[in-house]
Structures are given as C-alpha cells and as structure tokens.
Design a protein around this ligand. Structure first.
Ligand code: RET
Length: 278
C-alpha cells in the first residue's frame, strides 16, 4: 500500500500531479524522437548509446502513461475533493521500470567512455547486479511505507548500501577513464558525474517522503520529485552522453555530413563494388 492512497486531494493538488505525469511521459516521447534522429551524428561504436537511450525512453513512456492513467482511476471528484475510488494507486510500476533503466543507463556510460573487452563485461555485470539489488530491495521496502514499520527501514537501508556501492563504481569508472579522453570533453564527463549524483539522489528522497511530509502536499512533492528525477536521469543524461559521443567522434575525424555519403555509394545502390567516396 502506498501513501498516495491515504489522502483526499483538493483540485490543485490532484490536477498538478496529473499535469506532472503528462510532462513526464511527454518528455520521454520527445527524447525518443531526439535519440533516434541524432544517433548517426556519432561514430558507429557510440551509436549503441543512443539506441539504449531510446530503449529507456520507450520503457519510461509506457510506465509513466500507466501510472498516469492509474492516478485517474484511483481518485474521483466527489463534489468537494478528489477522494479514493475503487482502485488503489501504486508506485511499484516505477521500480519495475528502474529494473530495466538502471542497468541500461549505466551500460551507456561504459559505451561512451570507451570501455571495452573484459573491463566492459566486468563493469556491466557489477552495475547490473548492484543496480537490480538496489531496486528490488527498495521495492520490498516501499510496500511498508504507510505504517513505516521495520521492513520499510531495513529494506531501505539495504538498498542504500547497494546505492553507495554503485556510486563508488560510477565515480571510479568516470574518473578512471578521464585521462584517456580528449581534453575538450573532460569537463562534460565530469558533468555526467554531478548530474548522475544529483538526479539519482532524488529517488531515495522520494522513498523517504512519507516519513518527512505525511500529507497530500507531500504526495504532490513526491510526484514532482520523481518527475524531475526521471527527466534528468534519463533524458538530460542521455543528451549529455550523446553530446560527449559526438565531440569524441569529431575529435576522431567523424563528420556526420560525409558519413551519410559513405552509406550511399556514388554508383548507386546496385554498384556494390564501389567503395564510398567523397
Ligand atoms: C530506493 C529505495 C530506498 C533507498 C535507495 C533507493 C534508490 C533508488 C535509485 C533509483 C534510481 C533510479 C533510476 C531510474 C532511471 O530510470 C530504491 C528508492 C537508495 C537510486 C536512475
């Protein structure tokens, strides 16, 4: 049971939450168009990062749409306020979405930083295992947020341990690869660390909201927090990684305009023997 179900909402509270959900899934749809349309601006080895951003956009779009429709069916206007109707609202869908997005977002980091081979496999496995452990232990804890009984605190604390492990791994991955990267992208790569730290910290903040602000306004604050976290950790993060990939590609001589020519040989599509020329 989530604490959203324990209140009635005035017109403003209910409507703001509805609008914030809409902003969330609209941002994911916009991000999807951006990542699909700009992936060719980078060298092929970085394009998988844009594809993975698109995967994140689709899963988050669907999750936020579901949660938004659920908000509408869980509360109805009774003439004075929006009060509980037959269905129960649940944030659990978010956790299921994170179990896709957390490993994928961290994999993108490895791709854009140019981590390959055994280091990539090791990084990918540790990110995925620690990420899923963080999400699923938190998922168990959030079922107890209304009573805030022991499982809420215990599972939340276990999840935090995995979160801290992930932060150390991300910090080391980013700062350990910095020297290998062209000078002109290093400040952007440091920016990825600060963006990730800020946006990911919002999620435990939202988990704790019932304990900090147990009211209808607390619900509004929590859903705004989630939306800011979703847009920054998925869309802004993806745009930043794409910008870094584009700059590294340019540094290595990649020019998107001529890259498009190379895929279309001069002699036409039937002339398969002709290599791409400019
Ligand atoms: C939980 C439970 C309470 C303790 C902590 C948590 C951390 C959650 C995080 C989620 C990140 C989600 C992302 C989703 C993007 O799509 C599970 C709320 C520490 C960090 C980045």
């Amino acid at each position: 049971m989530n604490f959203e179900n324990t209140f009635t909402y005035d017109f403003f509270q209910y409507t703001i939450v509805s609008h914030v959900f809409t902003l969330g899934y609209a941002a994911m749809a916009a991000g999807l168009a951006y990542f699909l349309l700009t992936s060719k601006n980078s060298l092929p080895r970085y394009q998988l990062s844009s594809t993975l951003s698109a995967v994140v956009m689709v899963s988050a779009f669907l999750e936020l749409l579901v949660i938004s429709l659920q908000w509408r069916s869980s509360f109805a206007w009774d003439g004075a306020a929006y009060s509980q109707s037959a269905a129960l609202f649940s944030n659990g869908y978010r956790y299921m979405n994170w179990s896709i997005d957390v490993p994928v977002l961290l994999t993108q980091l490895l791709i854009v930083l140019g981590v390959t081979g055994a280091a990539f496999r090791r990084g990918w496995i540790t990110f995925t295992v620690a990420g899923l452990a963080m999400v699923y232990t938190g998922y168990v804890g959030q079922f107890y947020e209304v009573e805030r009984s022991a499982p809420f605190w215990v599972w939340g604390s276990i999840s935090t341990v995995f979160f801290l492990v992930l932060l150390v791994l991300v910090y080391r991955t980013i700062h350990g690869n910095l020297d290998r990267l062209p000078q002109e992208v290093r400040s952007l790569v440091r920016g990825v660390w600060w963006l990730l730290l800020f946006s990911w910290m919002l999620y435990p903040g939202a988990y704790l909201m019932p304990a900090m602000w147990d009211s209808a306004d607390g619900v509004v604050a929590r859903q705004i927090t989630y939306t800011v976290a979703d847009v920054t950790s998925k869309v802004v993060y993806g745009i930043l990684l794409a910008a870094i990939a584009r700059k590294i590609s340019k540094h290595e001589g990649h020019d998107p305009a001529t890259a498009a020519d190379v895929t279309m040989p001069r002699g036409g599509v039937t002339d398969t023997a002709a290599p791409g020329r400019i």
